[in-house]
Design a protein around this ligand. Sequence first.
Ligand code: PBG
Length: 323
Amino acid sequence: MDCPWRPRRNRSSRILRDLAAETVPDRKKLIMPHFVMEGSGLRQEIASMPGIERVCVDNLLRDAESDLRLGISAVLLFGIPSQKDPLGSGAYAENGIVQRAVRALKRELPDILVITDLCLCEYTDHGHCGVVRDGAVLNDPTLELLQKTALSQARAGSDMIAPSDMMDGRVGAMRNALDEGGFDCLPIMAYSVKYSSAFYGPFRDAAGSAPQFGDRKTYQMDCRNSREAEREALLDADEGADILMVKPALSYLDIIARVRAVTDLPLCAYNVSGEYSMVKAMAKLGYGDERNLAVEILTSIFRAGADMVISYHTRDVYRHGWF
Ligand code: PBG
């Protein structure tokens, strides 16, 4: 006799398959990213990310409010400053774009959990994630700027700081700065395992943060390696990270599973821009069904062991009731 949960063309086997399913994706575990820019009344499409826009603070409030009505209650903010400089000063300006966006969101929509991405690359004119001297990114001087940024995001009201650079010792440095600044309860979600990836292409287009020289290979991981993923994750856990993250997700399902196995901290996976755009492009060309593609990808990320997923598909999932 066939196993009852093998696909059969009757209703009871469908019910049994649902009962037996190991992984059930839950939309409450999705986080919606937003790109925030200066100005008012502005909204710019991002050519490489259909359906995602850069918005100014007033439109962010509008979008977040309509998303909240759909049920989306966790957002991740990326700032796009109008001015960039070598030290990325817009990242830690008291009135920087992310700081203003957080204040507005927490004032108008206090029920939303606001996570702030923390990296200098969107704010530096050279596009690297830290202080650059003689063509090299310097670790320790960068840590001081990251501490300043963490504090200014905390003061603005961020609910969770998400450092996405890969400097050594950054989680510990930020934890210390936050504790000393009176923010000892503010959690840190660390982009612990971050690969150097071609799947960030559309994001760099969205944020205008492609490195102007060189690449990020000296501080992002090599896709040929997985042992160091474990090490990076455990280091961040030791330094006080509250949630660990693996990024990207789709080509790194084995890494998600591996990190899941070595820590009991909650684990987030970032379903990055290229993974989103790939699905949109396939759907547009008629090469695949958007819903089926996105649901399969997100389910696989949960199956691999992620507790939560940052995804540009979040709004589609809620709006169209994909799950
Ligand atoms: C760095 C950062 C990047 C992404 C999130 N944070 C870009 C990078 O590392 O170059 C990529 C996310 C995506 O592709 O959706 N601030």
